[in-house]
Design a protein around this ligand. Sequence first.
Ligand code: NAP
Length: 334
Amino acid sequence: MSVQATGWSLIHYPQGLPNADSVRLEQKTLPELETGQLLIRNQWLSVDPYMRGRMIPVKSYVPPFQLGEWMEGGAVGEVIASNHPDFQVGQTVLHMLGWRDLALSDGTGVTPVDPQLAPAQSYLGVLGLTGLTAWVGLNRIGEVKAGDTVFVSGAAGAVGTMVCQLAKLKGARVIGSVGSPEKAAYLTETLGVDGVVQYKTCGDLSAAVAALAPEGISLYFDNVGGDHLEAALANMQENGQLVICGMIDLYNSDGQRPGPRNLTEVIRRRLRIQGFIASDHMADYGAFVREVGPALASGQVRAEETVVEGLEEAFEAFLGLFSGANTGKMLVKL
Ligand code: NAP
């Protein structure tokens, strides 16, 4: 019996901010299930800033999306048919064949998850790569400790909300930067963040950070790059660390942008600066879950989510990442 499935294809590689002309929602007839294959009905899709990098036709740490083919991304769904010995109908699985309603898979990169232990969508957010990114960046790259003053850009986003909470649990003082008063209120009132900069309205960003951290920053967690990285460099304590997780401010820029104008601060202040890719640290997944799982269960860590409903809204949800439409993890519910 043939099955109709629908997914989002990239039509051309966009310049600047992508728009509706860059993509198309397309139906396909899936082939019959062969031996060793399974069919998954997706329930939750992840949209992430790194996907913008896959819309550029150059080799990076993940290959670019192929034009005319359905895009890929994190997804959680239910196995609805299986000719694969390792997967049974009814199982909930995490996999990378997102941006579509039905996924035909040979089992590569498919991991069963337990929806009794945590809500299924958590495996895309707090208990997934998002949470691991925050945990690895803070603990393995940044070596956060009690008494640190941590500055986090993109602080109300998926990774940012986790960084704020995990750093607070370690006994750090946390300063965040966000794009709206609502997000600022959420960070201080709900997550207990110590100070928030509203970067769109604060004027001189570096001065605004200095006012909240007169003692200087010992650890900067960068999700944004650009002006935020410059403001951090200008406020670092001697021997401080900069953890470079992402630079969303640059993802839609045409051509190369110059690096921070004050990079020489790295020498003068004896700073360490290191980028990382969370998926290189899958060996840490167990340690991460052992620490974050109980904190989540006890309510010490909150799983903030912004949920957009329907596959047809998935691209708008993705674009919303660049306009600040999300607090916490941006998810699409099918
Ligand atoms: P996210 O922070 O949930 O979503 C994006 C948020 O960034 C928006 O809500 C918006 O919040 C803010 N933003 C968008 N454009 C901005 C701009 N030009 N200047 C300042 N802020 C801007 O996304 P995420 O998944 O948690 O990812 C956060 C960062 O980590 C991204 O840079 C991503 O690429 C990176 N990342 C890296 C790894 C890794 O392995 N290294 C893994 C996951 C994510 P406001 O309303 O506050 O502006």
